[in-house]
Every structure is written in C-alpha cells, then in structure tokens.
Design a protein around this ligand. Structure first.
Ligand code: ATP
Ligand code: MG
Length: 437
C-alpha cells in the first residue's frame, strides 16, 4: 500500500503543543484507547515518541467519521487530520479536533492485557507477543530509558577520546576457557559465539589506546536465575597506560553521568515507571575481597577463600552494602588468565567487581601486558597457550600496560528501574527455555 500524499504526517505527537493552537495538523499512530462520553469521543493516539488526545464532537464531526471513530478498537493504526486546541484537561494540555480520518489497519484480535492495565499477565505470556506488549507506554518507557543509557555511555566515552570498535562475534576458540560457549558450524569447521570481546579489545588498546564496544555477548552456562541470560549486551572498555584504579574511577564517573542524564532527560519515562532516581554518590565505596570474606565469615556464611562468592554470600553482602560499591583485589585464582597479579603479592590480583547491593554489574582489572607472564597464567589456569597463538603473537611486538572492564547493560538497567527480572529490560530475551520470538 502506498501512503496517500495527504496522509503523510505533519507533526509528531510531541511536537504538538498549545503554541500550535488553531493550526491544522496530520497525526499518525496507534489507538491506545477510545472513550465515548455523550456526544464526545476521545481517542488517545500513540506514535513513536508519545501520545496525543484526539477529540470528536458529534455535532461538528461528519457523522460517518464520528461513527467510525467510536467503533475503533485499540491497536488500530490511523491517521487524523484536525485542528490543534489547547485544553487544560487533556493529557499534555492539548488535543486535536478531528476533521478527517484514515484507517491504515485494524486488529483481528486484542491482546490479553489493556494498554494502561495495572495488573498484567505473566512476563512469559507477554513475551510471546513482545512487540505487542511493547505498545504499552510503560513497557516502552523501559527501552526508551535503555536507549538514553546507551546514548549517554557513548557520549561520555567519546568526549573522553574513546573510539568505538566492533569485534567478531564468531570466533575460533574460547576467550577465557572453561566457561561454556555456544558452538556453531562455520562452513566445515567448529566455531563459537563470542562470550566477550576481551582479547580483541586488549589488542586494540595497543593501537587506539582508548576503545569501547557495545555489543552482544553469549553465555552458554545453564543458569536459571532472574539475573542471567544466554545473550546480553556488554559495554566493554579498555584503556592503555591505565591500571585498575584508573578504570574504577572511569566506571563510577560513567555511571554517575548516565544516571544524571536520565534524571535530566527522561522525567516522563521515569514517572511512568514510578522510578525515583537519586543522584549517585561518588566515589563508590571500595572494599577488598579479603574484607568481604572476613565480614561473611563473621556472619557465619560459608565462604572458601579463592572462590567467587555464592548467591547467598552476595545477598548478605548486599544487605550491608546498599547501592553501588566495588569489591577489589580478588584472589588471582578466581579471575581469568588475563587479569594481572599484584607485583608484591601474586596471590592477589589487580581486579574489581562493581556491585549494586547483591547484584554484580561489572568485572574489570589491570591486564597482564607481559607475554611471558600471560603464557604462565594460561598454563596455571590449565589452558593451552597454543590455542591463544593468534593473541600471544601480538604481544611479541610489545604491549602497553592496560586495564578495562565489561559492564552488563541489562544488569545496569535492572538497577535503574528496580526490575527484579532481567527479562523485563531485554527486548527479546534468550535463555535455556526461550529461543523465540
Ligand atoms: P555472574 O557471576 O553474575 O554470572 P560473571 O562474573 O560470570 O557474572 P563477567 O564475565 O564478569 O560475568 O561479565 C561481565 C558482566 O557482564 C557481569 O558483571 C554482568 O553484568 C554481565 N553478565 C555476565 N554474564 C551474564 C549473564 N549470563 N546474564 C546477564 N548478565 C551477565
Ligand atoms: Mg564477573
């Protein structure tokens, strides 16, 4: 269907303000609700950037148009030609009084939830028709916030001379070994989906010095938790001539910037989601792994030095440490081979996790920049250096000291909107039991 010339949009909903009073406009969008009140019909029309009230008066609107409007179902996609009026009672203080109507499409059925409903079917049910669930202004708001978070991260990093990179997602061998990877058939060979851009971003930090990548990473661990998915968006940052202290400072500054930007730019979405953001307090608290370990021991929580903290241990830590904080100086054995051990104590590494309560948001650290040490660390972790030849050969040519982090975008979104399930903040989540839509 070609769109008739007279049914091209003249204004987006957001652009219609009382300053346009008396002007004739063409608005396009989807019907969120239809309400008849005596001789009046009110329609809330939603387009890509918001809503506008459409009003028809029985005694002023041509009768075939009025009758059609009254019958419209939510989820109809329509065009309305009309005159802008400032009306205090209307949402956003403005409405369009209908003169003409064009119906692009009408639904064959309605979803099992209303567009403004407070109680909803389970997330699983809604995910079955995710793109329809996203027509709800509340559901949409989450992803408009996510968009703003991405924009803010990019502008924060670009202002600081970072270069955005894109690295392969189809790879020949494991980055970190151990962790489960998704295998795939690459022509006649076995390949894998990348679990992280780690080694590529490290290599590129020797060239561009400050690099970042925002892209998908794939984890094949058989998790069944509200905070794990098989495919996530990772914000990866790597900086040459920096150590873990420098990138912790950078990360907390970035979080502070992102949250400040949301408060400035997204008040409508935050209000819709009933989220009250508070300005972050930087610097974030820093506790060492040993300090956390001792606190847990005192609380009688079972912890074994050198291992990651269990979910229970993290819960207890989260009760004591609210908000953002870093756990630093992890046992070397608990971290991947590319994390640098301390010069004065090789049992401990220059590493950190950024936490929010009990939720891990990011892991990072200083990286090993010596080829010999990297080979030694690979062997210590039971990995075969031969498989990493493509990486090690770059180190033959010299490597600057460097440090970086990987931040889970969805985990950060969970914190921002207070979601308890990562699937809420993922358009099309992938987990062990979900491969569609
Ligand atoms: P966790 O211990 O929570 O499983 P991790 O330590 O295995 O995470 P990293 O390899 O450190 O994860 O990845 C960096 C960041 O990416 C994590 O801090 C987290 O925010 C995010 N992340 C990693 N794996 C997942 C996943 N399966 N689902 C959601 N987010 C993840
Ligand atoms: Mg981690």
């Amino acid at each position: 269907m070609t769109i008739p010339l007279e049914w091209r949009r003249s204004h987006l909903s957001r652009e219609i303000t009382s300053s346009l009073s008396g002007s004739r406009v063409v608005v396009l969008g989807m019907v969120l609700s239809v309400r008849r009140q005596g001789g009046l019909c009110f329609i809330i029309l939603q387009d890509g950037c918001g809503i506008i009230q459409i009003t028809a008066h029985k005694d002023k609107t041509p009768s075939q148009i009025f009758d059609k409007l009254v019958e419209l179902m939510p989820h109809s996609y329509i065009g309305v030609k009309g005159v802008v009026k400032a009306i205090e009672k209307a949402p956003r203080g403005v409405e369009v009084e209908v003169e003409d109507l064009y119906v692009f499409s009408e639904p064959k059925k309605l979803p099992p939830f209303e567009m403004f409903a407070k109680t909803l079917p389970s997330l699983d049910k809604r995910l079955e028709i995710r793109a329809v669930d996203l027509r709800r202004p509340q559901s949409q708001a989450i992803f408009k916030l996510k968009h703003q978070v991405l924009q803010s991260i990019r502008s924060f990093l670009v202002e600081r001379n970072f270069i955005e990179i894109n690295t392969p997602k189809i790879i020949g061998s494991a980055t970190e070994g151990g962790a489960a990877l998704f295998p795939l058939l690459y022509y006649d060979k076995e390949a894998f989906l990348a679990q992280s851009p780690q080694l590529y971003k490290e290599q590129l930090s020797s060239v561009f010095e400050r690099v970042f990548e925002i892209g998908p990473v794939f984890r094949a661990e058989k998790f069944k938790t509200p905070r794990h998915l098989s495919e996530i968006t990772s914000v990866d940052v790597e900086v040459a001539f920096a150590d873990y202290g420098d990138v912790m400072n950078l990360l907390e500054e970035m979080i502070d910037y992102v949250i400040g930007n949301l408060m400035d730019k997204c008040s409508e979405e935050l209000q819709l989601l009933e989220v009250k953001l508070e300005k972050t307090k930087t610097p974030f608290k820093r506790i060492t792994y040993d300090e956390a370990y001792n606190v847990l021991k005192d609380l009688g929580v079972e912890v074994s030095w050198g291992e990651d903290f269990s979910t229970l241990a993290l819960k207890r830590l989260g009760r004591i440490n609210r908000g953002f904080y870093f756990i630093t100086d992890w046992p070397t054995i608990s971290k991947p081979f590319y994390i640098k051990p301390k010069d004065d104590n090789s049992e401990i590494s220059e590493s950190f996790d950024l936490m929010y309560g009990s939720l891990e948001l990011s892991s990072g650290g200083s990286r090993v920049s010596s080829r010999d040490l990297l080979v030694k660390r690979l062997k210590q972790q039971g990995l075969n250096p031969k498989l990493f030849d493509y990486h090690l050969r770059i180190y033959d040519y010299g490597m600057p000291p460097h440090a970086g982090f990987g931040l889970g975008l969805e985990r950060l979104m969970m914190v921002i909107i207070g979601a308890s399930n990562i699937r809420e903040v993922t358009l099309f989540p992938r987990d062990q039991s979900r491969l569609t839509p």
